[in-house]
Design a protein around this ligand. Sequence first.
Ligand SMILES: [Zn+2]
Length: 147
Amino acid sequence: MVTQNIDFLHQRAGSRRVIAVHGDYWSSHCLDCSEPFELSQIEELLRKVDVPRCSCGGLIKPDVVFYGEAVRDLEPAAAVVSNSDLLLVLGSSLTVLPAAFLPEQAGGDVVVVNRGEVGLSPGPRRFFADVDLDEFFGEVAEHLGAS
Ligand SMILES: [Zn+2]
């Protein structure tokens, strides 16, 4: 799974092989000495101060990719996508670069499910559903006899 989400929900839901190209806020680090911090430590610091700082005095930043910073693990993400038989792009307008380029590298069929326009041009192995994800997967479950 390749995600742009930073909320760690895929991992908490049980997904084991997640490439979070925009990082996540589950961990943080000191901008001066690189000391790592877990979310629970940050939560504890935020009960006492508005801006958490390391014991060295440096600012602590969540391990989330900010605008202007390099995206993480783009090469492994591209490898997963290019080796896929079927790529599901779910709930993304495909407008945030460079992750938006990943579907261009898909080795198989691409199914994009997103409400509204997406930044991927039509192609022979590309399928688009302009619909809400809950509605889409409700119909899939119905077809599979799961509801
Ligand atoms: Zn520090």
